[in-house]
Design a protein around this ligand. Structure first.
Ligand code: ADP
Ligand code: MG
Length: 720
């Protein structure tokens, strides 16, 4: 039979025309995003199988990871009932025999057959007289596979109908056809310099970075651990470099056509401002103020994030920056996410600036129309120096006479795409963004490449500690009696629950539905406490479905002590300062994120009294069995918790990538690759400094990559 001559494989050859694929299988591969030969080359393994050096049967120990090579001598597939099966096999070699077992994986019978040579790897258990591996990794050896030289095998992400073996084969074929044609985008010098910088940062790597051909090949089919490592570093570095180049270009683009007023501190101004604070600044506050002052003295806008745990004293730094603007004849604006917080800032500023000439204005939902109009007019006329308000109001078209600084408080959602644009008279204000959700450095560098970071780690002295307890079954009674005692002493208490109203079963999605479970709601809890254990105290209710006025009235009643207990959803999360509140009960705690829990806890560390938090969960398992909650109990350091949250859940929950506008990473993991990230950032910044638009002829391919990945996302359009 005549076969049509196969056209040569190129990077753009569709997967279906690759050797041994065809339409049927191409469809399956396409579910993994594999459409062309090139896609296959860049479909990087998600992990590797590293068979431990094979052992003999008598060396196996119960509970110790091991691998073994042998021949399958018996197989047995037992179907007990539909959907329930046990597949067992005996694997034998000169040193003895072991049993392997798979539950509900009947397809193992197709994979593991009598007389086949296999490597099994897993953790054996002694069962009777024989070692038994339950669900081990099994690699069927091909006739010409030589052992005992254990190969590192790629593990790819799979989809239904595609097996590890299929992908290894496919990748192998494409590598053979195209591996040498991969196009290098990093010139030799850059590879050498980058490797030097990586070494200087303590990363183990020999010689220059791998060429792309070597790197891609070694990633799919590593010769050994070292070559795999070198390949990974090269590709991780490239991915991060491309990202950091994009961020550096964006920063330049943003700042080169922006003009800000240089607002410099003088010794007199500095002394005058510091005199206004009734306490000594912490070292971290001083350092942050230095950083802010340096930025503000420049002609291009500051873009700085000030992060610090709740109570670390961020306001002081903001006030300093605002007064610096005012002292230089400019206006400053401070935005808060909620009305309550805006008012609180307004009052704080009023106290600090009492008897000074600084004029302060407030804009928020609950002030009268006339007052609002007057404030807006005064702002435009330059008769107000400091304007405080809620974001909602300030995003409108407020005109400033001479705006020099914009402070944004409690901003958790600040991504590269989200710079607010407040302008006045053709100049751009400096920006200071404050966040109490500490962002791990690695994430900050990835997501906010164009934002500088100042950090307050140290807390002001005299802060009371907070004790955190994870409730056990049967604690409720004791806990409430403890709460009652604190209330009788004159303290106040928070009770936090995840929902506003109770849910009925039908409202729950299937995944959420659990036997007999009720999600705590503030409404239910409020009723229960009011008629139950706390009936002799004054209880208030606060949640997001109330109007701004209702919320404000309730908060004020709590702040003034007219209410003893505030039952609330997480609307209290942000910035509230009620030093007399020292007890907090968190219900349904498993529904909150670590960062959120920590924010909540921050509410009761405002004063000088010791605070107490008790955490209850809704489900059947006690809070202590929840990894997040256990960590919450163990540490009071917001940064440590943020790092852990990031480790456990990835950046997605804390700050979504979508929201930040960054492309997903294919191979780099900022958590693991933080050091490489640092070096990539440093090199990218240096490159953009000498060659702002990457015009060097040698760098054109790299630039094309930057633009392809980030051009649209970061609006680098006219850089190209
Ligand atoms: P946050 O960082 O949560 O916004 P704040 O700025 O509200 O914290 O500060 C919390 C409290 O600590 C405030 O009552 C503030 O007056 C006080 N504070 C700030 N800095 C210091 C300091 N250096 N020494 C003593 N108290 C301070
Ligand atoms: Mg604050």
């Amino acid at each position: 039979m005549d076969e049509e001559p196969t056209p040569p494989v190129t990077m753009t050859t569709p997967v279906q025309f690759l050797p041994g694929v065809g339409t049927f299988r191409a469809k399956k591969f396409s579910r993994l995003g594999l459409r062309t030969a090139q896609d296959v080359l860049f479909f990087f393994p998600r992990d590797y199988e590293r068979p431990a050096p094979p052992k003999s049967v008598d060396q196996l120990r119960d509970g110790e990871q091991a691998s073994l090579i042998g021949v399958v001598t018996e197989v047995d597939l037992m179907s007990r009932s539909p959907g329930k099966s046990v597949f067992g096999a005996v694997v034998q070699n000169q040193t003895g025999a072991v049993r392997i077992l798979f539950f509900n994986q009947p397809y193992r019978a197709d994979q593991i057959k009598v007389d086949e040579r296999v490597v099994i790897s897993g953790t054996p258990k002694l069962s009777g007289l024989r070692m038994e591996f339950v669900h081990p990794q099994v690699t069927v050896l091909e006739a010409d596979d030589d052992f005992p030289e254990p190969k590192i095998l790629a593990i790819y992400a799979l989809t239904e109908g595609v097996k590890q073996h299929d992908l290894r084969h496919l990748a192998g074929n494409v590598l053979e056809a195209l591996g040498d044609q991969l196009h290098e985008v990093m010139p030799e010098q850059l590879r050498a310099d980058s490797a030097d910088a990586l070494r200087a940062a303590g990363i183990q790597i020999e010689g220059p970075l791998d060429e792309i051909q070597t790197a891609v090949r070694q990633l799919h089919q590593p010769d050994n651990e070292e070559s795999l490592q070198a390949a990974r570093i090269r590709l991780v570095f490239q991915e991060l470099l491309v990202m950091q180049l994009a961020l550096a270009m964006r920063r330049r683009k943003l700042t080169s056509d922006l003009q800000s007023p240089p607002l410099s501190p003088t010794a007199v101004i500095d002394a005058r401002i510091l005199n206004r604070f009734p306490f000594e600044l912490t070292n971290d506050q001083r350092q942050a103020i230095r950083e802010v002052s340096q930025d503000m003295a420049c002609q291009f806008p500051m873009n700085r994030m000030l992060q610090g745990d709740v109570g670390s004293g961020k306001t002081v730094v903001a006030v300093y920056a605002m007064m610096l603007a005012v002292a230089n004849g400019h206006q400053a604006v401070m935005m808060a996410p909620t009305e309550v917080l805006a008012r609180q800032h307004f009052e704080t500023l009023g106290k600090i600036l009492k008897d000074s000439r600084v004029r302060i204005g407030l804009l928020c939902g609950s002030i009268s129309r006339a007052e609002r109009a007057a404030t807006i007019a005064a702002t435009a006329a330059g008769e107000i120096d400091l304007l405080v308000g809620t974001q909602a109001l300030l995003y409108g078209d407020i005109q400033f006479k001479k705006l020099g600084l914009c402070v944004i408080d409690e901003q958790h959602k600040f991504g590269v795409g989200q710079r607010v644009t407040l302008r006045s008279g053709g100049v751009d204000p400096h920006y200071l963004v404050m966040s109490a959700t500490p962002i791990p450095r690695s994430m900050a560098m990835t997501l906010f490449g164009d934002v500088e970071l100042s950090t307050l780690r140290e807390k002001p002295p005299g802060r009371a500690t907070v004790n955190t307890y994870l409730a056990h079954d049967g604690w409720k009674e004791r806990w409430w009696s403890f709460v009652r005692d604190r209330l009788k002493e004159g303290r106040q208490a928070f009770v936090v629950a995840p929902r506003v109203v109770p849910v009925t079963k039908t409202e729950l999605s299937d995944s959420e539905e659990e036997e007999g479970e009720d999600i705590s709601s503030v409404q239910t809890v409020f009723e229960q406490l009011k008629t139950g254990v706390l009936s002799d105290f004054r209880i208030g209710l606060l949640h997001g479905r109330m109007t701004a006025e209702e919320k404000l009235a309730t908060m004020q009643a709590f702040a003034s002590g007219a209410i003893d207990v505030l039952v609330s959803t997480t609307v209290i999360e942000v910035g509230i300062d009620v030093p007399n509140a020292t007890v907090m009960t968190i219900l349904g705690a498993e529904r909150f994120g670590l960062a959120q829990l920590h924010q909540l806890r921050g509410r009761i560390s405002r004063g000088s009294h010791v605070g107490y938090v008790c955490v209850f969960s809704d489900g059947d398992s006690p809070p202590s069995e929840n990894e997040r909650l256990s960590l919450f109990e163990k540490t009071n350091d917001g940064f440590e918790l943020a790092e852990a949250d990031f480790e456990m859940r990835g950046p997605g929950d804390l700050l979504g990538r979508k929201q930040s506008g960054m492309a997903p990473l294919r191979i780099a993991d900022p958590r693991r690759d933080i050091e490489i990230l640092r070096v990539a950032r440093q090199i990218a910044q240096a490159m953009i400094e000498v060659d702002p638009e990457l015009e060097d002829a040698e760098l054109q391919d790299l630039k094309t990559q930057v633009m392809r990945r980030y051009g649209k996302r970061l609006d680098l359009g006219d850089v190209a």
